[in-house]
Design a protein around this ligand. Structure first.
Ligand SMILES: [Zn+2]
Length: 231
């Protein structure tokens, strides 16, 4: 379908400053149809103690099956997400697949992809080979961010979010602006990328991990927004 857009999180060389934030490649520039506002409500905080079934991760796609270890790791990471996010995943029927590779076109180095035609997040085992578990968490949460933003939240379009992001963008050095070019423009794609990445790091933090120091320093307004939004 022509409105299809897939989100890709790419591998980076963390040793260079220019790659502090993972770069992304767009497979299809079309953003797609206007927001589909579905009748979904985030449960109130009082519901977070409810015992809900674990979110099931599908093993494999056309490219084959993954190792038990990778499937379990991915499952653990997804189920570590706070209940508000998991409830959205359940209600919006977002499918999460651990697979050796992607069954939709993806550029070299892609770590995860969202296919928004099918609301399917695919995390690649091959692309995560030899990478620390933090990378897998960040990829999974980044794609989850895209999935929720695309089908429901539309938070990347929210004026408050954009205001926070613009405050951070303005303070970046010219070199940094160049290296983060995919995140810099005032179009929906760049806002969506910035949303997904900061959403991901906030979820990393909410699940007991640490936001990389440099991201925290460069995107402090955006992270402050995320911390308020996802307490
Ligand atoms: Zn992305």
């Amino acid at each position: 379908m022509s409105e299809a857009r897939s989100e890709v999180r790419k591998a980076t060389d963390a040793s260079t400053e220019s790659n502090v934030v993972p770069r992304e490649v767009w497979m299809n520039e079309a953003w797609g149809p206007p927001p589909r506002s579905r009748d979904v409500a985030v449960e109130s905080k009082s519901d977070t103690t409810q015992e809900l079934p674990a979110i099931k991760i599908e093993n494999g796609n056309k490219t084959g099956k993954v190792s038990d270890e990778f499937k379990e790791k991915t499952e653990k990471i997804i189920n570590a997400l706070p209940e508000d996010v998991k409830q959205l995943l359940r209600k919006l029927d977002i499918k999460i697949v651990a697979a050796p590779g992607f069954d939709v076109p993806a550029p070299p180095g892609a770590l995860g992809v969202l296919d928004d035609r099918t609301n399917t997040v695919t995390i690649s085992e091959r692309a995560h080979q030899g990478k620390p578990e933090e990378v897998l968490s960040a990829t999974a949460y980044h794609e989850v961010g895209h999935a929720l933003d695309g089908v429901f939240l539309r938070e990347s379009n929210d004026a408050k979010f954009q205001k926070a992001l613009e405050a951070d963008r303005k303070a970046l050095s010219l070199a940094m602006k160049r290296s983060l070019v995919d995140y810099m423009s005032k179009d929906e794609d760049a806002y969506a990328e910035s949303f997904a990445e900061s959403f991901a790091y906030r979820q990393v933090e909410r699940t007991g991990g640490k936001i990389p120091d440099q991201f925290l320093k460069l995107f402090q307004h955006t992270i402050t927004y995320m911390r308020k939004k996802y307490p």
